[in-house]
Design a protein around this ligand. Structure first.
Ligand code: FNR
Length: 370
């Protein structure tokens, strides 16, 4: 199929990866109200057309924490992303490094921090969830430091997982034991290319960073059960201070939607925050990130870097978030769809599409620099 924009990558991925995996990536929580709001509210942001401003030279790059980003984009942490292609996060990290944008590796990625750093030649940013076992969290932070991860993203909007009904219907959750396995295997068999490339040649299919405590061959369903049991719902602001004391580099707190929480994060030592509702996968009914953004910029924008995510599907959307005060935007599903559709090449093309769209949007709004 012809891939002209990110929506085409979504369709291409739907045809290539097993149903349960596509549903997991694509879905939101409950009735997906917030997921849809992220998209709708972003498309409602009106861009101002300006003319005759000499837009022959455009610079969409920014500097962030001593790094140059070729555009104000970070590939967001997405759990299980690496199952969409053979050793998927390594492929995506290579594409991101070549394009000059960071990839943030999830705690629950398929590939380990070390594999991604070695395989792509660039240490990824690392995303941390607060697990009950603080010793294990400390050890993960040590691994991120040893791998020279340039920034830590501490995600705080998942004390408990939101209910994702599409995962129940697909059989990814709720149907453990033989029934669940049979359903997932049947869905995988319907995608023979994926079975060969990922299921067989891409082994081990584990959650790399946490596999040490699980045993490398534990089935997927056990991982998800383990995560539900091990994420720490008692996490609080003291824990953020504890993370701050363990990490000297840039610390970015992800999952903020309220100005007071933004102020607290900055007081606890965050260098940046991500205005985010986890891509509409947690509290359904919550504000879209784009609606939450201006209030948070007013509250802490003068003293801290503001990132935002949710619903970015084009370079125009990057400009929309920038226009409301975000320094950097993250995109989650787009890179994972591109990875599922075409592997490393897909992620390269997806970033190039975003850049091309962003450049045209800059030209037509009369902005020589981002
Ligand atoms: C996520 N997100 C996420 N965030 C995080 O901090 N750690 C994680 O492991 C995950 N896992 C994850 C899985 C899947 C399938 C999705 C779609 C999202 C949230 C992610 O980082 C980001 O906030 C959203 O994806 C942004 O919304 P868009 O760009 O997908 O619309």
């Amino acid at each position: 199929m012809i891939v002209a924009e990110v929506a085409d990558f979504r369709e291409a991925a739907r045809r290539k990866v097993p149903h349960f995996l596509f549903e997991y990536i694509d879905g939101g929580s409950y009735q997906q109200v917030t997921l849809n709001r992220n998209l709708e509210d972003l498309s409602d942001v009106i861009l101002e057309q300006r003319v005759l401003r000499d837009v022959s030279q455009l610079d969409p790059s920014i500097r962030l924490f001593g790094q140059r980003l070729s555009l104000p984009l970070v590939l967001a942490p997405v759990g299980l992303a690496g199952l969409n292609a053979r050793r998927g996060e390594v492929q995506a990290a290579r594409a991101a490094a070549a394009a000059g944008v960071p990839l943030c590796l999830s705690t629950v990625s398929a590939c380990t921090i070390e594999e991604v750093a070695a395989g792509s030649g660039t240490a990824p940013w690392f995303q941390l969830y607060m697990l009950r076992d603080r010793g294990f969290v400390s050890a993960m932070l040590e691994r991120a430091k040893s791998a020279n991860c340039p920034a830590l993203v501490f995600t705080v909007d998942l004390p408990v997982p939101g209910a994702r009904y599409r995962d129940r219907r697909s059989g990814l959750t709720g149907a453990n034991g033989v029934t669940g396995t049979v359903r997932r295997v049947a869905q995988a068999m319907a995608r023979p290319g994926w079975c060969w490339d990922v299921g067989l040649l891409g082994r081990p299919l584990t959650l790399g960073n946490v596999a040490g405590v699980l045993g490398a061959n534990t089935p997927l369903s056990d991982f998800l059960g383990w995560l539900a049991d091990n994420f720490d719902p008692s996490a609080n602001w003291d824990d953020l201070e504890w993370v701050r004391s363990q990490w000297e580099g840039p610390l970015i707190v992800k999952g903020i939607l309220h100005p007071d929480d933004a102020r607290n994060a900055v007081s606890a030592g965050a260098d940046a925050i991500v205005v985010s509702n986890h891509g509409g996968r947690q509290l359904d009914g919550a504000l879209s990130a784009v609606k939450a953004l201006p209030g948070i910029v007013d509250a802490v924008g003068a003293s801290t870097r503001i990132f935002a995510d949710g619903g970015v599907r084009s370079g125009l959307d990057i400009l929309r978030y920038r226009s409301l005060g975000a320094d950097v935007v993250l995109a989650g599903r787009p890179w994972v769809w591109a990875l599922g559709a075409e592997g490393e090449r897909g992620v390269t093309r997806m970033i190039a599409m975003f850049e091309a769209e962003l450049r045209v949007a800059m030209a037509l709004t009369g902005a020589q620099s981002i």
